[in-house]
Design a protein around this ligand. Structure first.
Ligand SMILES: [Zn+2]
Length: 325
């Protein structure tokens, strides 16, 4: 398998911009102004390179921070290839069935948002890998170690003769890191999205998890609350339907959990983890956890706090309302 190792530089505005994606509002993460990419084989040998500057349509004025970091100028943007044409050339160069790789997970979502906004196929690329994950598999992170590409290149003692934050240079540095990895094995062991969600959900070695499920393709982050397929949960003991959750408590930025029971009063904690790898769609992992005395006590305590917060918010809203009259 060949890989397209790529890096993007993107411009942002002084105010956030949103756009509508199949009826759902999304925040634009940035508009691509430079693409650098390297085609490699599984031995990390360079087969071809690609580099292009793009002329943005939305964020036309180069943001000062982006100028500082990338070294790009307003002239570079103005003289770039119009973004739609540039993206089309990139797709053509990389190939329809290309597998992508990048340092971190930020670039594919930006690429897909931009493909959508110019009217190109945003289901491409279909497969991509985070080289940072492959790196950590062989070089577990030590305390105090940075994970920027620059700090890792330095840590590995690789030559640092190119400027960082130039798209092609960064893609080539990522390839340099790949030369120090067992790429073939790392890709073969790369966890699927379902396994990543399962790992994140079922992380406590003491807990007893059951019935892991994986759902994909939700446009709305809150979609899991109403989607029948996610909410239709059956008791692992008696097969009867669990009653729908009234309260979901948050756990981190992308996790939720609740306590529910079947008609025979078998209780279960339901855990939900959300993931948005492509910048446009949410995937949902769901599992059940057998409650323990401790986890039940924690649930009760956090639920109480949540209800107090809800009530305070309602009282505040009421006060503001009467204050306005
Ligand atoms: Zn039951």
């Amino acid at each position: 398998m060949n890989l397209i190792v790529f890096d993007l530089e993107w411009n942002i505005g002084y105010q956030t911009r949103t756009f509508e994606y199949h009826g759902v509002e999304q925040t634009l993460r940035g508009e691509i102004i430079q693409i650098g990419a390297v085609k490699i084989n599984e031995q990390a040998q360079v087969l071809d390179t690609f580099r292009i500057n793009l002329k943005p349509r939305i964020f036309r004025k180069l943001q000062h921070h982006i100028a500082k970091v990338t070294g790009l100028t307003q002239q570079d943007l103005d003289g770039g290839v119009p973004i739609k044409e540039g993206l089309r050339r990139f797709v053509q160069w990389a190939g329809e069935d290309a597998a992508f790789a990048e340092w971190g997970l930020d670039d594919v979502p930006v690429l897909k948002q931009n493909l959508y906004l110019v009217g190109l196929d945003d289901t491409w690329p279909r497969e991509w890998y985070d080289i940072q994950r492959l790196f950590l598999r062989e070089y577990p992170r030590q305390e105090g170690e940075g994970m920027t590409l620059e700090s890792v290149v330095e840590r590995l003692g690789l030559p640092m003769d190119r400027p960082f934050h130039d798209a092609l240079a960064d893609a080539l540095y990522t390839v340099d890191v790949c030369t120090r990895l067992d790429l073939e094995q790392g890709l073969a062991a790369y966890p699927t999205e379902a396994n990543q969600l399962r790992e994140a959900l079922c992380s406590d070695p003491e807990a007893e998890y059951l019935d892991f499920r994986h759902f994909t393709g939700f446009l709305d982050k809150e979609g899991f609350r109403t989607q029948e397929e996610v909410q239709n949960i059956h008791c692992p003991l008696c097969e009867e339907k669990l009653s729908p959750a009234e309260i979901w408590l948050k756990r981190g930025n992308t996790g939720y959990y609740t306590l529910t029971a079947c008609p025979q009063n078998h209780q279960w904690l339901v855990r939900i983890k959300l993931m948005r790898r492509d910048g446009l769609h949410w995937s949902v992992g769901r599992c059940l956890e057998k409650p323990t005395q401790q986890s039940l006590a924690r649930w009760e305590e956090q639920k109480k706090k949540y209800l107090i917060r809800l009530q305070k918010a309602a009282e505040k809203a009421e006060k503001e309302k009467s204050g306005n009259q």
